[in-house]
Ligand binder design. Structure first.
Ligand SMILES: Nc1ncnc2c1ncn2[C@@H]1O[C@H](COP(=O)(O)OP(=O)(O)OP(=O)(O)O)[C@@H](O)[C@H]1O
Ligand SMILES: [Mg+2]
Length: 541
């Protein structure tokens, strides 16, 4: 019986290799290279000289570009951590809130169609969404029990509490069945394809063990012995070296499977900037100037981090900038200077640089041109003396697209005009300050373009953020001042009470007020007969 079950699970889990799960995926899951490549519309572009993206395999030396990790070591390369559990996953889990005690199988998430066969997925109780969901549930429950004395209702609450607890209880079943499956299949549950690139596809997956969502990039081309192996490795090398930054897509793990490369990255729930621009365009909307400044600042921070580590991205464009609507779990420790942030933005949108397939080192570049629409002229001329400024050039065009610029040319006269820093026409005029900044970022002389570091400090971009920061600090200062004043007042009361313990008003006051707590409104505890003199007025107000 057990053997039969195991067999059925195995049979199901081999579906992916057989291309049976999703017919729309079969073209991507067919790991044999195809003459007609599958690409997103945004990436369907040729450089003025060659087809873009990893086609110039011969020019790439087998030497590791950013970190000398041998092939064997790369197979073992694995850095695990847990981001957050997405709400969508939880809502899809369809865990029933029945009044009956949930059975054990209800404590784990399964895609309904797979639940009978596939290995289960755990729910991570510590991720923000799960905690929020549970606390909301508890709040609702408390509200109901506060205002409703109905016995029947109460008995229902008692029953559901066991369900609530079950969310926090670890599942007693084995986290991952010990089946000899491919790592991808045994460790991840594939929820859907979220993107198709030139060399592979990206899938939204939940890791069965930690219950968190990841973006898994599967590169189609065979690796062993091929020149493309080095190109694929380039992305892994870059990710591994770049570590954690709130504005760079986080890397967790990479491994080889069936002669193919799989990269496990942070899942960005807002998709790509390209998706958002397209959606807005369809509704006749564009990014407003504050949003553009925010975008420019955030991506500049990511670029600064990459550049400081001696690397360049070389494929900055909207489809390689991802959006997260939750703060990065890797935010801590990233800010090393006053202009860095922690990934928590006032807009609630965090932009992250992804797709590191073109990353190379500044000092010994092995340049593989990115998308020609975003390519700086000097890179086309093979002048690599100011490589980081090529990223700055591409970033300016990226922001202009978000501002509503028409699609960029791949070559021709208009292509050259842009490289002469002629800005494209925009549906809404930008302020001259931002306009000038974007123009400088496109200067034909790369040396004139601001560095990512300079952009992070630029007053045009910092102004708004500095204003918000000042307001926030002022608010916090007010609270602290108020709290200090309250403590001083209570200290004063305590002193007075010690001096004349017989005074009933003061002793009562001391007994009833706790340190740091607020007095009853309208009641003065000290100096009731004197004119009020204490002021909590704050600077700036
Ligand atoms: N971490 C992620 N979170 C969310 N979506 C992602 C993530 N990574 C990739 N995607 C989606 O998959 C698409 C392709 O990913 P990526 O750019 O990494 O692959 P690629 O093969 O280099 O593609 P291209 O050739 O178009 O640059 C993205 O445009 C995006 O829509
Ligand atoms: Mg890409």
């Amino acid at each position: 019986m057990a053997a039969a079950n195991e067999k059925s699970v195995q049979q199901h889990l081999y579906f992916s290799s057989c291309g049976e799960e999703d017919s729309s995926d079969s073209s991507v899951e067919d790991w044999v290279p195809r003459s007609v490549s599958l690409r997103s519309p945004s990436s369907a572009c040729r450089t003025p000289r060659v087809q873009r993206h990893r086609t110039r395999s011969n020019t790439v030396s087998p030497a590791a570009p950013t970190s000398p990790i041998p092939y064997a070591a790369w197979r073992k390369l694995r850095l695990c951590d847990s981001p957050s559990t997405p709400k969508s996953l939880l809502s899809k889990s369809a865990l029933p809130y029945s009044s009956s005690k949930p059975c054990r199988s209800q404590r784990v998430l399964c895609r309904p169609a797979l639940s009978a066969q596939a290995p289960s997925v755990n729910v991570n109780p510590f991720t923000p969404d799960t905690v929020r969901r549970n606390s909301e549930h508890y709040k609702r429950k408390n509200c109901r029990s506060d205002g409703d004395d109905d016995d029947g209702h109460r008995s229902k609450e008692t029953q559901t509490s066991s369900e609530d607890e079950s969310y926090f209880l670890p599942s007693k079943r084995p986290a991952v069945p010990a089946l000899m499956l491919s790592r991808y299949e045994s460790e991840f549950l594939e929820l859907g394809r979220i993107g198709v690139g030139e060399f592979g596809a990206v899938y939204r997956c939940v890791k069965r063990l930690d219950g968190c969502m990841y973006a898994i990039k599967r590169l189609r081309r065979p690796l062993a012995g091929s020149a493309n192996e080095q190109l694929a490795l380039k992305e892994v090398y870059a990710h591994a070296v770049l570590g954690h930054h709130p504005h760079v897509v986080r890397y967790y793990s990479a491994w080889a499977e069936d002669d193919h490369m799989i990269i496990q990255n942070e899942y960005c729930d807002g998709g790509s900037l390209h998706d958002v621009i397209t959606e807005k365009e369809e509704q006749g909307e564009f990014f407003q100037e504050p949003e553009l400044r925010d975008l420019l600042l955030q991506v500049s921070m990511g670029l600064k981090y990459i550049h400081v580590l001696g690397l360049v991205h070389l494929d900055i464009k909207p489809s390689n900038i991802f959006i997260s609507h939750r703060p990065s779990s890797s935010a801590g420790g990233a800010g090393d200077s006053e202009e860095e942030d922690d990934g928590h933005t006032s807009s609630g949108v965090v932009y992250k640089i992804g797709d590191l397939g073109h990353v190379t080192s500044i000092s010994s570049p092995q340049v593989e041109e990115g998308d020609s629409r975003f390519l700086a002229c000097e890179v086309l001329r093979e002048d690599y003396t100011h490589l980081p400024k090529a990223d700055i050039f591409a970033l300016s065009l990226t922001v202009l697209l978000a501002a509503g610029a028409p699609p960029l040319p791949q070559n021709g006269e208009e292509w050259h005009r842009l490289r002469q820093a002629h800005l494209p026409s925009l549906p809404h005029e930008l302020t001259s300050a931002l306009r000038n900044l974007l123009q400088t970022m496109m200067d034909p002389d790369p040396a004139v373009r601001p560095s990512a570091s300079a952009l992070c400090r630029h007053p045009v971009l910092r102004r708004e953020r500095a204003g918000k920061l000042a307001a926030q600090l002022r608010r916090e200062l007010n609270v602290e001042k108020f709290r200090t004043a309250m403590l001083e007042r209570e200290l004063q009361e305590a002193r007075l009470a010690a001096v004349s313990p017989q005074q009933p008003a003061l002793t009562t006051g001391c007994r009833t007020s706790q340190a740091g707590s607020l007095p009853r409104p309208g009641r003065r505890l000290v100096g009731r007969k004197t004119t009020r003199s204490m002021s909590f007025g704050c600077l700036g107000h």
